[in-house]
Design a protein around this ligand. Structure first.
Ligand code: PMP
Length: 361
């Protein structure tokens, strides 16, 4: 075994031990990139035009992205101080974890879920408490409630769950929040909310609408449904004092004027963009159904991706997809997440998945 590389300055051991962030693989020109849950549609010309004409590049952006905050506040019927904008919702996640959780504190989330959660807990110096998913790759909210201790400071609930797909229902979420002490932050990560078609699903904005829940913050993003992943814009809706605490840990000025303008333009073009979301949700349903027909035990898929529980054969099967020009996201020893991409990719995924299913042990 080789020694770990020497770091020339003293680094916190837990940080030195962190693996680098693993991004979904890029695809060559002739392959479909289905590894990062991106939106396959090109940006709308009107949105591009607005970005092109956004502020001068030599000027700093507005630090609080006030125009976008006000626009979202109006859309969701809350005050502007109940909205916070970040450079992607992952930035806001980091801010909330840093604001609430330090050394000795605990952050609870389901596992398997979004890869950033354990990383954020470690960076904050807190302890990551991972609660295994239940039957059907769903959140086990009873077990998550049972995991709360007097050191718990934040709990992350991901609905739909990345990478497995199922939602948490409104009834489950309401019952769960009742069990959480009122000084523990509950982060409801709804990065894929717009793709949800299950009427039972939790709707964070409905939770906050009746808001006697100042400890719940809802996270959403322009990266997925609105197709702005490159421009890094996400938002949180929650209690103004909680959002103030998040802002206190934020790196100033990280939301760009161009990202803010693109988000505003996307809200102006929302009908057209949400029509695309329905197309993607329809492809997702065809994909999930086709995979089940091929014998895969695909859990309920409510985001813009499907989950193939491939277990020990995950790495080998992912290689087969990649050889066929389908760049997917393997989670070694567990399963493969496949994003819903271009229409032509749907048939191709089904074809390769059927071949691969025949090789299962
Ligand atoms: N939450 C979940 C569950 C995600 O899957 C992602 C992106 N993969 C994010 C948050 C972050 O998205 P962004 O920072 O682009 O808003």
């Amino acid at each position: 075994m080789t020694d770990p590389p020497q770091i020339p300055v003293r680094v916190r051991p837990e940080v030195a031990a962190l693996p680098p962030y693993k991004q979904g693989r890029q695809a060559g020109a002739d392959a479909f990139k289905l590894s990062s849950n991106e939106n396959p549609f090109d940006p709308l010309p009107g949105v591009l035009e607005r970005v092109r004409n956004a502020s001068a590049l030599n000027r700093y952006p507005d630090a609080t992205a006030a125009r976008l905050r006000e626009r979202l506040a109006e859309r969701f019927g809350v005050g502007a101080d109940s909205v916070h904008i970040g450079a992607g919702s992952v930035s806001i996640l980091a801010q909330l974890v840093l604001a609430t959780s330090g050394p000795g504190d605990e952050v609870i989330y389901a596992w398997r879920s979004f890869e950033a959660y354990p990383w954020l807990a470690v960076v904050a110096g807190a302890r990551a408490v991972q609660v295994p998913l239940a039957e059907g790759a769903r959140h086990d909210l009873d077990a998550m409630a049972a995991a709360i201790t007097d050191r718990t400071r934040a709990i992350i609930v991901c609905s739909p769950n990345n990478p497995t797909g199922p939602i948490v229902t409104q009834a489950e979420f309401d019952a769960f929040v009742e069990k959480v002490p009122s000084d523990v932050l509950v982060i409801l990560d709804e990065a894929y909310a717009e793709f949800v078609t299950d009427p039972e699903s939790v709707d964070g904005l409905r939770v906050l609408g009746g808001s006697d829940r100042p400890n719940v913050v809802v996270l959403r993003t322009f990266s997925k449904a609105y197709g702005l992943a490159a421009l890094r814009v996400g938002y949180a809706i929650g209690h103004p004092r909680v959002l103030d605490a998040a802002r206190s840990t934020a790196i100033p000025l990280s939301v760009t004027a161009h990202g803010e303008e693109a988000a505003l333009a996307s809200l102006d073009a929302e009908e057209e963009l949400l029509a695309r979301v329905r197309v993607i949700a329809d492809r997702r349903d065809r994909l999930a159904e086709g995979l089940r027909e091929a014998g895969w035990n695909v859990p309920a898929a409510q985001g813009n991706f499907v989950w193939l529980p491939a277990g020990e054969q995950t790495t080998a099967f992912a290689a087969t997809f990649e050889e066929a020009g389908l760049i997917v996201r393997p989670f070694a020893g567990d399963g493969i997440r496949i994003s819903v991409g271009e229409e032509e990719s749907v048939e191709k995924v089904l074809r390769i998945a059927a071949t691969v299913a025949a090789q299962r042990e």
